[in-house]
Write a protein that binds this ligand. Structure first.
Ligand code: ATP
Ligand code: SF4
Ligand code: MG
Length: 326
C-alpha cells in the first residue's frame, strides 16, 4: 500500500507537462509522480489525454510540441534526451503496452522474432539464450504451447494473444517503469480483464512501477496505489487511490464515480455533456462548461492544484484543482 514517498523512492516526476498539437493545448500543466514499485491509475473519459501522456513519456509522438519535464531516476529529463539516448532507455528502463496490440506489432515478422530481437538487442543474449528466455516469457504471460506460438505471425493470433505477446515484449528486459494502455474495447471484456490483471500481477511480482490507463474504477481501487483523474488534458484530482475515491473533492471525480454502472464490471460511461472542442476550451477550469458547482470565476481563472490535507501536505499527497470543491 502507499507509503509516504521520499525523494529517493521517487522513480518518475512529471512537472508541468504541457503539450500542443498546432494551437490545440492537448495537455495542460500535468503533474504526477510515482515511487518505485507503485502502480498509478490514469483515468478520465475518452480524449482526456491518457495515451498522449504515455506516448509523450516514450518520445513516440510526432507533430507535438512539449513543454515541462519528466524526470526518470538516473536518466534525467526524458524530454531533453536525444532519440539515440531514448532508444537505449526504451525496453530496459521504460516500456509501453499499447492500446491496440494489432497495430503495435510488426505484421512482417513472427512474434518470436520480435521478442527475441528485443532480448538480444537489449540484454546482449546469444540466440539460444534469447530463445529460452522467450519460451519462459510466453509461459509467464499465459501463452500455451509457447514454442509453436513463437513462429506465428501477429495476424495468426487472436487479439487477446496479441496483447499477451505485447506484455511479454514489454516486460522482456525487466523495465522499472511500465506504461500500460488499457486494451481496446475491440477485445472481449473478459479477455480485457484477464490481460489487465496479468499486467498488474507481473509488474508487482517484478517490483516494477506502472502507469496504467484504466477505465475500471473498481479495478483501479483494488489494484493501484495512486490515481490521477484527468479531464480535457488537465489533472483535476490525484493522490492515494483509496483517499481520492473515498474522499474525492473534485466534482468531475464524483461524476466519474457515479458513472460506474456495476461493481465488478465497472466500465465508465461518459458523464453527461461533452468536452468542448479545443478551440472553444475555457481558459480557466476546463470542466466549467459541465460543472454543476461552477462559480463566476471558474471559466476565466484556472484553479491551481491544492492539497486536500494541508497539514500533511507534500506533492505526493491528495491534491485537487477546484475553486468550489465538494
Ligand atoms: N495524432 C493526433 N493528432 C491530433 N490530435 C490528436 C492525435 N492524437 C490524439 N489527439 C487528440 O489529443 C487528445 C487526447 O487524445 P488521447 O488519445 O491521448 O486521449 P485518451 O485519453 O487516450 O482517450 P481514449 O480513452 O479514447 O483512448 C484528443 O483531443 C485527441 O483528439
Ligand atoms: S473550478 Fe469551478 S468549474 Fe471547475 S470543477 Fe471546481 S467548481 Fe467546477
Ligand atoms: Mg487512449
Amino acid at each position: 500500500m502507499t507509503m509516504a514517498m521520499t525523494e529517493t523512492d521517487t522513480l518518475l516526476t512529471v512537472s508541468d507537462l504541457t503539450l500542443y498539437r498546432g494551437s490545440a493545448k492537448i495537455l495542460d500543466h500535468v503533474n504526477l509522480s510515482l515511487a518505485r514499485g507503485e502502480t498509478l491509475a490514469l483515468v478520465g473519459e475518452s480524449g482526456a489525454g491518457k495515451s498522449t501522456i504515455a506516448m509523450a513519456l516514450m518520445q513516440l509522438l510526432d507533430g507535438a510540441r512539449i513543454e515541462g519535464r519528466a524526470d526518470l531516476a538516473g536518466a534525467g529529463d526524458l524530454f531533453s534526451l536525444s532519440s539515440r539516448q531514448m532508444v537505449r532507455l526504451r525496453g530496459k528502463r521504460l516500456s509501453m503496452i499499447f492500446q491496440d496490440a494489432g497495430a503495435a506489432l510488426n505484421p512482417a515478422y513472427t512474434v518470436g522474432r520480435q521478442l527475441i530481437t528485443t532480448l538480444r538487442r537489449n540484454l546482449g543474449l546469444t540466440r539460444p539464450e534469447a530463445y529460452r528466455r522467450a519460451v519462459d516469457l510466453f509461459a509467464q504471460v499465459g501463452i500455451n504451447d509457447a514454442e509453436a506460438r513463437l513462429s506465428a505471425f501477429p495476424h495468426q493470433l487472436s487479439g487477446g494473444m496479441q496483447q499477451r505477446v505485447m506484455v511479454a515484449i514489454a516486460l522482456a528486459c525487466n523495465p522499472d517503469l511500465l506504461l500500460a494502455d488499457e486494451p481496446t474495447s475491440a477485445l472481449d471484456v473478459t479477455i480485457q480483464a484477464q490481460i489487465i490483471r496479468l499486467i498488474l500481477s507481473l509488474t508487482r511480482e517484478r517490483g516494477a512501477s506502472c502507469i496504467f490507463v484504466l477505465h475500471d474504477l473498481a479495478l483501479a481501487s483494488q489494484s493501484c496505489d495512486r490515481i490521477v483523474v484527468l479531464y480535457a488534458g488537465q489533472v483535476v484530482e490525484s493522490g492515494p487511490v483509496a483517499e481520492v475515491l473515498n474522499n474525492h473533492r473534485h466534482p468531475y471525480t464524483r461524476q466519474l464515480k457515479s458513472c460506474v454502472v456495476e461493481i465488478g464490471r465497472a466500465d465508465l460511461v461518459a458523464p453527461e455533456g461533452t468536452v468542448p472542442p479545443h478551440d472553444q476550451m475555457p481558459k480557466g477550469c476546463r470542466f466549467s462548461t459541465r460543472c454543476p458547482r461552477a462559480l463566476a470565476r471558474c471559466s476565466d481563472d484556472a484553479p491551481p492544484p491544492m492539497p486536500a490535507n494541508p497539514d500533511r501536505g507534500g506533492p505526493h499527497d491528495h491534491v485537487f484543482a477546484c475553486w468550489n470543491p465538494e
